[in-house]
Structures are given as C-alpha cells and as structure tokens.
Design a protein around this ligand. Structure first.
Ligand code: FAD
Ligand code: NAI
Length: 466
C-alpha cells in the first residue's frame, strides 16, 4: 500500500487533513484503530454530548418553562432509552458522513492500530493481530487525546466514570459528584441535573472554568448555582470507595486540612485530557515530545523526524475540535506545497451549558497581566428585546478593545445562543476590526446579536439602549 500521505487517526484533525489533501490531488490513507471514523469528537465527545445537552434542555424547558410562556402541559416523563437512541442516531449519521466523504474523495480507510516503523512507513495491526505496512511520502500523527486519570481513583465506566461513561448512564443517578469544574464537568453535570440528579461539583481551584474570562466565569457560576448545581471550590477528591450501593467520596481542602466525606451514586472524573500516544512507537521513531508529553512540532507542524507531521489534541494548543480541523486543513496545504496556517489568536471557545458561554481572543486578566490599555464595553441580555421574549435575560456580552486603536482584542459572552453569537466577533477579529466597526454594522432587530452591537457601542462610545 503506497500513498502520498498516511494519516494516523480519523478525528476532526485527521479526517479534515485527509479530505483537504485529497482535494489537493494527493493519494491518501487514514489509519483508525476504532470501529467507526470520526475520533473522540464524533463518537464520544462533541457530538453525543451536544445531542444530550439539547434533549435534556428540551426536557427542562417543557417541565419548567412552558407554563411561563402560557403553555399548559402535564409533567413531561423521561424516556431515557429513547433519548440515548436519539443521541446514537446523531453519532451514527455523523460517523457515516465521514465514511461517505472518504469514499467521495477516494481516501482509503485502513482499520487497525498504526505504529510508525520509520520515515515513510506505518505498520498497521488489525484486531485479528495481522499486520500490514502502509508506505507514504508524508505521515501525519492525529491520534488525539484521552481523559486524564485521577490518582487513586479507578474508573470502571459504570459507577466511577469518565465523560465516555457519563454519556451512557443507563438511569438517572440520584446523586452525581463531578470532579473538576471544567467544560466536561459543567456540560455533563448540566445534562444529568436537568434529568433529575442532585449535582455537586468539586473543583481544585477557587473558581470554575479556568482560562475563561473571570467576570464571565463568575456570572456563569451564579447562574448554575441558581439552577441547583452545588460547588465545592478549592477542594480535591482523594478517594472514592464503594459503600453498599453508594460511593463514599473523600474530599480535602486543596490547601490541606480536615477531610470530609460525601455520598454519591455516580462519580464523574473530568479533570482534563492528555495527549494520546500509546502504541505509536514515537520514542523508537525518534520523535521528540515537549515538556507536557505532547508531540513537539515547529510552526509548520513538522516533528523532529523529516516527513512526519502532527496536529490536533496531540500537540500544543487548546483541545478543541475546530482547532484540530483548522490544523488539518493547514497541514494538508503545507504538505501539498502551499502556505497553510492557523491564527491561534482567534479560536473561539464555547461551553454548551444553558446559558452558553462563548469567548474569543484575550481575557481581561490577560490584558491586565500584559499591561495593555483597554476599554471594556458590557451589555446585559436583560436589556435586549429578543432575550426578554425568550425569557433568557441572564448574562451579558463584553467587548474588550485596545484603548489607543479601538481594535477588538477579546469578546466574552454568557447568555442565550452565545456559541452562535461569537462567530461575528471571530470574523471581526480575523479582519483586525475595531469596536466602532462592529458598532456601526447594521444588526437585524429584534435579535440577540444586537446585544453584541450594543457591547461594541459601549466599548467604543456609548450604548443606545442602556
Ligand atoms: P481525536 O478526535 O481524539 O481523534 C483521534 C483518533 O485517532 C481516534 O479516533 C483514535 O482512535 C485514533 N488513534 C489514536 N491512536 C491511533 C493509532 N495508533 N492508530 C490508529 N488510530 C489511532 N471540542 C469542541 O471543539 N467542541 C465540543 O463541543 C467538544 N465537546 C467535547 C465533549 C467531550 C465529552 C470530549 C471528551 C471532548 C470534547 N471536545 C470538544 C474536544 C474534541 O473532541 C477534541 O478536541 C477533538 O476530538 C480532537 O480531535 P483530534 O483529531 O485531534 O483527535
Ligand atoms: P478542563 O481542563 O476543562 O477542566 C478540568 C478542571 O478540573 C479544571 O477546572 C481543573 O482545575 C480541575 N481539576 C484538575 N485536577 C483536579 C482535582 N484533582 N480535583 C478537582 N479538580 C481538579 O477539562 P475537562 O472538563 O476534563 O475537559 C477536557 C477538555 O476537553 C477541555 O479542556 C476541552 O479542551 C475539551 N472539551 C471541550 C468542550 C467544548 O468545547 N464545549 C466540551 C468538552 C470538552
């Protein structure tokens, strides 16, 4: 089997790289160890979690919000197997979509675990133990990531679960204890709270969502608290042991001190993800790693071995599907002799809770730390006509612009459809636009996007509707 390009891993990074390379005229093979294509994102990540976030939100709206809109219904009943079947059908349609795109672009999918056997050679071992060699002029490592284990706590994916187990619980746990107030903890904690669980989130730091603008994270925490999620900040879980039908969870203050125990039915460990490099033979191939266990690459995604590239969760940068996808496109272009690149200053970040949290660019904390003179314009959804009609008045849009040039440096939103609203901020920032540019752009009325315009007006001069 001889190709121009062999990609190891069919997640968003790998499959986009393969498709773009095929579109550019290269003969491409993708090696995937799992039964279906699409990687973490399509099988056990973005796609199933968003399906459950949507359906659980519909359940909550029908049960608690319809009455406020003047719609009388009897109390909705949960059909969890049907909800899970919907989730699976969404996953299946997406993974088979990648299969269709591979056929359309004449990409060969090779099933098995790939190991780099030297420059230009990947040894592929199938489930039956039979090996074959794929030869290629260029190799791309797109092997993704896996959830980080918590020392002393054994994940059995039944009672102590990672995100994978939390996406397929067979019944609604009475008490769900989440370790880590990051993206997975808050998204999947929200899913099970809406379906009836009592959710407590234990977080090591004294804040939720590290990395997100502080003001925005504090507002989000207040809203999640009102929804009934309990937070134990500045705390760490040191043990989770079976105790009859329940689990006894030991929690200690992060700074040290007396421990306490909490009973839970399910514990979700979501303390981050780490690069997945098992079985790839990287050390034998002489591929250098960075100080955090990621494959080290230069600005053109080249590893330390000629002809071998890497991208996505297995290299530096945010572990996000769209970041991996954009790198996939860039690497394909570079291998094809073009000038692919990714603008890391404009990678949006969305937490799909209700309300959603979305941001792009720099936070206020980062600007302060770098001594940047900036203006902040903030506009609450409570002043937006469309948000009032939706009964979605919690949250705000914040636009941060450089004081001297008015150039927008960051936009942070907590509120309805924040994940959709952030796109216009990304486009603006990609074109180095100013708060005035955004404020002078005509926005349809009545839309949620008017809140973005008003925040830009506030950063540049003054908002009208406040
Ligand atoms: P992956 O998607 O992890 O794909 C890597 C593939 O490589 C896998 O299929 C693996 O089987 C294969 N592989 C590994 N080693 C080998 C080998 N030796 N041989 C053959 N195949 C191999 N990101 C977002 O942007 N938005 C979201 O809403 C979002 N939600 C998420 C929800 C959850 C619960 C999780 C866990 C993650 C979520 N993410 C989300 C993160 C997102 O899934 C990852 O950033 C993205 O999948 C990374 O893409 P990738 O191509 O680098 O790797
Ligand atoms: P995370 O990095 O977002 O959050 C982990 C949290 O756990 C942090 O707040 C951290 O301080 C805390 N923590 C670490 N060790 C701890 C300990 N011992 N005890 C208590 N708390 C501890 O990681 P998460 O939520 O596991 O998600 C992994 C990654 O997957 C995300 O960073 C993101 O890149 C990706 N993802 C993206 C989504 C999206 O874009 N909507 C959705 C889900 C995942």
């Amino acid at each position: 089997m001889s190709y121009d390009l062999a990609v190891i891993g069919s997640g968003p990074g790998g499959y986009v790289c393969a498709i773009r390379a095929a579109q550019l005229g290269l003969k491409v093979a993708v090696i995937e160890k799992d039964a279906t294509l699409g990687g973490t994102c399509l099988n056990v990540g973005c796609i199933p979690s968003k399906a459950l976030l949507h359906t659980s939100e519909m359940f909550e709206v029908a049960g608690h919000k319809f009455a406020d809109f003047g719609i009388k219904v009897t109390k909705p009943k949960l059909d969890l197997p049907a909800m899970m079947a919907h989730k699976q059908s969404v996953v299946d349609s997406n993974t088979s979509g990648v299969e269709f795109l591979f056929k359309k672009n004449k990409i060969d999918a090779v099933r098995g675990t790939g190991k780099i056997a030297g420059p230009g050679k990947v040894e592929v071992t199938g489930d039956d133990g039979v090996t074959a060699t794929v030869e290629a002029k260029a190799i791309v490592i797109a092997s993704g990531s896996e959830s980080t284990p918590l020392p002393g706590i054994d994940i059995d994916e039944k009672r102590i679960v990672s995100s994978t187990g939390a996406l397929e619980l067979p019944s609604v746990p009475k008490r769900l204890l989440v370790v880590g107030a990051g993206v997975i903890g808050l998204e999947l904690g929200s899913v099970w709270r809406r379906l009836g669980s009592e959710v407590t989130v234990v977080e090591f730091l004294d804040r939720i969502l590290p990395g997100i603008d502080g003001d925005t994270a504090r507002q989000a925490q207040r809203i999640f608290g009102k929804q009934g999620i309990g937070f134990k900040l500045g705390s760490k879980v040191t043990a989770a042991k079976p105790s009859g039908k329940a689990l006894k969870v030991t929690i200690e203050p992060a700074a040290g001190g007396d421990s306490e125990t909490l009973a839970a039915d399910i514990v979700l460990v979501s303390i981050g993800r780490r690069p997945y490099t098992g079985g790839l033979g990287l050390a034998e191939a002489g591929i250098a790693m960075d100080d955090r266990g990621r494959v080290a690459v230069d600005a053109h995604y080249r590893t330390s071995v000629e002809g071998i590239y890497a991208l996505g969760d297995v290299i530096h940068g945010p572990m996000l599907a769209h970041k991996a996808e954009d790198e996939g496109g860039a690497v394909a272009e570079i291998i094809a002799g073009q000038a692919g690149h990714v603008n890391y200053g404009v990678i949006p970040n969305v937490v799909y809770t209700a309300p959603e949290i979305a941001s792009v660019g720099r936070t206020e904390e980062e600007l302060k730390a770098d001594g940047v003179d900036y203006r902040a314009g903030k506009y609450p959804f409570s002043a937006n006509a469309r948000a009032r009609a939706l009964l979605e008045k919690d949250g705000f849009v914040k636009v941060l612009a450089e004081a001297k040039t008015d150039r927008v440096l960051g936009v942070h939103i907590v509120g309805p459809y924040a994940g959709e609203l952030i796109a216009e901020a990304s486009v603006l920032m990609e074109f180095a636009g100013s708060a005035e540019d955004l404020a002078r752009t005509c926005h349809a009325h009545p839309t949620l996007s008017e809140a973005v315009k008003e925040a830009a007006l506030a950063a540049w001069f003054k908002p009208i509707h406040m």
